[in-house]
Write a protein of this length. Structure first.
Length: 160
């Protein structure tokens, strides 16, 4: 993939596509893009974080911090990517299913109700649903086999 200069976050529910113009790209290659960012809107639960976009795996893994700098949790999105060479941008479409990992080791799979709603209302295609479920299974297999360190390593290795 060519060098990405701007990321867009596309959500299906609610329907929006916004440029992540304040995100700072820290590292990028053909396999990953690592960014650091501040929350788009003021929030009580977290203020900033960093994300690793796994371009071949359809995953985005984010390390989310509270305002005091303590780790809130790891947040894993199932996504799809589309590169736009005309402006060197990458649109990251959130396919809704997410996995949250707490520092204590607890895991929650969330937003499957939104995934079902998106299929019912034709916000996603059958192909996207199949890809989402396969990527979710891949991510859960990594976590269950205690291999999440591989996904964390790009962020942790940069000291973010």
């Amino acid at each position: 993939m060519n060098k990405v200069s701007l990321l867009y976050r596309r959500r299906l529910i609610p329907r929006e596509c916004i440029p992540l113009k304040d995100d700072i790209i820290v590292e990028q290659n053909d396999e990953v893009i690592v960014t650091k960012w501040k929350s788009l809107h003021p929030r009580a639960d977290f203020s900033h974080g960093c994300s690793c976009y796994f371009l071949q795996e359809g995953l985005k893994v984010s390390k989310i911090y509270r305002a005091d700098g303590s780790l809130l949790h790891w947040y894993c999105d199932i996504v799809e990517y589309s590169f736009h060479p005309e402006d060197s941008s990458l649109t990251v479409t959130d396919l809704l299913a997410d996995v949250i990992l707490s520092p204590e080791g607890l895991m929650k799979v969330v937003d499957l109700d939104e995934l079902a709603e998106a299929l019912e209302t034709s916000l996603i295609t059958q192909e996207q649903m199949i890809a989402c479920l396969r990527r979710l299974d891949h991510l859960l297999t990594i976590i269950y086999r205690d291999k999440f360190d591989r996904l964390r390593s790009h962020i942790d290795g940069l000291g973010l």
